[in-house]
Design a protein around this ligand. Structure first.
Ligand code: PEP
Length: 244
């Protein structure tokens, strides 16, 4: 299966900067041998979709509500993202789980909403540094996978150790492999044979200089990239590191 390199722009990007970033990514996107996705803030989604029309780069949201519509001030529904031209949505990012107290149950409901709207959910899981130090990371991540995914889940998992996000620190390639193999087992236990074919991304301080090593780890199906996705050269260099 082709690897996926997904960029999470987080709360970054006014019109001029988002336009320039999108243009630079589109200009280099033809050269890579992986799938590409960018996830701008809601305010830039329409602009980015328009700028990428006809390119190979897909567009996704960074979050959505579980419902299709209703009295949810400030929220965006999966149907609204699909209507704008998104094909994917990041769900359960650790910044949402921490800053907005999103539980596995809330993520589970959002995943159902995303699938209802025809979006590819990218479900983030990952342990804190304290949980890893206490040797609980395997149980924590396994629990998140089991509780966040509905029956019939069709999407992508992103393993993002919280202590590696935006810190410049990464797990060893051996630790990434061990966790991705664990997630694969959890997916198969939860979903049966279908769980064997889903992509598992690694996320957390992926940069051009460590991408080749991380992307070559068995069971790594691509990367979810935060900071480096705000620089077209770095984002494309990460994508160019895909060799499988
Ligand atoms: C993220 O927040 O999803 C992420 C992976 O960020 P960074 O690449 O900046 O660590």
């Amino acid at each position: 299966m082709r690897q996926l390199i997904a960029g999470n722009w987080k709360m970054n990007g006014l019109s001029a900067g988002a336009g320039a970033l999108t243009g630079a990514i589109a200009a280099g996107a033809g050269e890579v041998s992986c799938d590409l996705l960018v996830c701008p803030p809601f305010t830039q989604v329409a602009r980015v979709v328009e700028a990428l029309r006809g390119s190979v780069v897909a567009v996704g949201g960074q979050d959505c509500h579980a419902s299709a519509s209703g009295a949810h001030t400030g929220d965006i529904s999966p149907e609204m993202l699909a209507d704008l031209g998104c094909s994917a949505v990041i769900l359960g990012h650790s910044e949402r789980r921490q800053n907005h107290h999103e539980s596995d149950a809330a993520v589970h409901a959002k995943v159902l909403g995303a699938m209802r709207a025809g979006l590819m959910p990218i479900v983030c899981v990952g342990e804190t540094e304290a949980e890893r130090d206490a040797g609980k990371h395997v149980a924590v991540v396994g629990g998140q996978v089991a509780a966040s995914l509905p029956d019939g889940f069709a999407g992508v998992i992103a393993y993002e150790p919280i202590w590696a996000i935006g810190t410049g620190r990464t797990p060893t390639e051996g630790d990434v492999e061990a966790m991705h193999r664990h997630i694969r087992s959890a997916l198969v236990a939860r979903l049966g044979a279908a769980g064997g074919g889903l992509r598992i991304l690694y996320g957390g301080s992926v940069k051009p200089d460590n991408a080749a090593g991380l992307l070559a780890v068995p069971e790594v199906g691509g990367a979810l990239v935060g900071g480096a996705s705000l620089d077209a050269g770095q984002f494309l260099a990460i994508a160019a590191a895909v060799t499988v």
